[in-house]
Design a protein around this ligand. Structure first.
Ligand SMILES: NC(=O)c1ccc[n+]([C@@H]2O[C@H](COP(=O)([O-])OP(=O)(O)OC[C@H]3O[C@@H](n4cnc5c(N)ncnc54)[C@H](OP(=O)(O)O)[C@@H]3O)[C@@H](O)[C@H]2O)c1
Length: 344
């Protein structure tokens, strides 16, 4: 059985859980998928570490749990980026789980470009590179030519919700008339609490206290995160070249005071929705709060749940729902992308 040498960029909520999966599921990988992997290099904001015989996963996890950087480990190079490991040592697969930057795509964009130029497949959790540079990435990967290295990013759109897999694989041969998605965890949490009577600022403060919201909630509240996910779906599976600014965007601050609670009292619900509607001029793309009636498939979604709905010409309506969208779900999506790439 061939051993695939992995490099992992980013050891935060998602990256650490991915390392946990590597530690706990090596038997499953070998027995069920005939895949053997070895994490030979990893990097965080403090530096990079490389060992051709495989990093000690327990040491890595203990180091991060103690809020230390890999740059502090014996043999590591403080300040070194994963791109240096790609250049010096190569790899069989590069995994990218560093923070998302929607304005310049870094650091993930350079990581993905460097790997793909060296014919190394890439799995990404971060959205920025696909939002900003999909045509460039596609030209270097199997999105344009099956003989080029694979590029997968199923975790970037809704964690483990099979959003990309549904639209890209299952709906093969279909025309998608309409796509709707609930793909942002934080706004689902805020809206559920606002239905119960809290105002937006109180809902945000409560979620921050419980560690469920970003220190800067504006990316979620103002619809940027959801627009980024719709941008990825539009560029990749709807095949409509799209920039973030092409998407009509509204956020929770556009709601009138008490609107989620009033909707609930009328027997309706307000959820943050990503929407693509096919028109004569292509897809009309929008994100924002929308009022749903009880017969809508997303009506029962609870805090933190996600969903994607596609109306198609020959497969009718396909809907996927997922009840758990935390960082383990995203790590699991990276894990399934890795298996798909490495499976013989
Ligand atoms: N969390 C989720 O549920 C979720 C869901 C879908 C997609 N995503 C995406 O997945 C990615 C990771 O999310 P996360 O929640 O794990 O983020 P996170 O907890 O903030 O972790 C980010 C990691 O990247 C490292 N890092 C920061 N700058 C770096 C750089 N220049 N080079 C290398 N590493 C760098 C950080 O280093 P330090 O450890 O030294 O700080 C940290 O280990 C993000 O792009 C996010 O948008 C996350």
């Amino acid at each position: 059985m061939r051993t695939h040498r992995l490099l992992l960029n980013g050891l935060g909520n998602v990256g650490r859980r991915f390392v946990q999966l590597l530690r706990e599921r090596s038997e499953l990988l070998e027995e069920r998928h005939q895949v053997r992997v070895l994490l030979v290099g990893a990097a965080d904001s403090s530096g990079a570490i490389y060992d051709p015989s495989g990093l000690d996963l327990d040491t890595l996890l203990r180091t991060k749990a103690a809020e230390r950087g890999v740059g502090e480990l014996p043999g590591a190079v403080p300040g070194q980026a994963i791109t240096c490991l790609i250049d010096h040592h190569g790899a069989d697969l590069v995994l990218e789980a560093a923070p998302t930057n929607l304005w310049n795509g870094q650091p993930g964009l350079d990581v993905a470009l460097e790997a793909l130029r060296r014919k190394i497949p890439v799995v990404m959790a971060s959205k920025g590179p696909v939002v900003l540079a999909f045509p460039e990435l596609a030209a270097l990967s199997d999105w344009t030519d099956p003989s080029l290295p694979s590029l997968r990013f199923s975790g970037a759109v809704g964690g483990c919700l099979p959003a990309i897999n549904l639209t890209h694989r299952v709906l093969t041969g279909c025309h998608i008339h309409r796509l709707e998605g609930v793909l942002n965890l934080s706004t689902g949490i805020y809206l559920t609490r606002m239905e119960e009577g809290l105002d937006l600022d109180a809902a945000i403060a409560e979620a921050q206290k419980a560690g469920l919201a970003e220190a800067d909630p504006s990316l979620d509240v103002d619809g940027w995160d959801l627009a980024a996910k719709l941008c990825i779906l539009a560029n990749t599976v709807l095949r409509q070249p799209t920039r973030l600014e092409d998407i009509q965007r509204h956020g929770l601050r556009d709601l009138a005071q008490g609107e989620p609670r009033n909707a609930r009292m009328r027997g309706e619900r307000i959820l943050m929705l990503a929407r693509a509607e096919l028109t004569e001029n292509g897809y009309r793309l929008s994100v924002g709060p929308e009022t749903l009636r009880p017969d809508h498939p997303f009506f029962p979604l609870q805090m933190g749940a996600s969903g994607l709905l596609c109306d198609t010409d020959i497969q009718g309506r396909q809907v996927v729902l997922n009840a758990d969208q935390g960082p383990m779900g995203t790590a699991a999506a990276m894990f399934r992308d890795m298996i798909e790439i490495c499976e013989p």
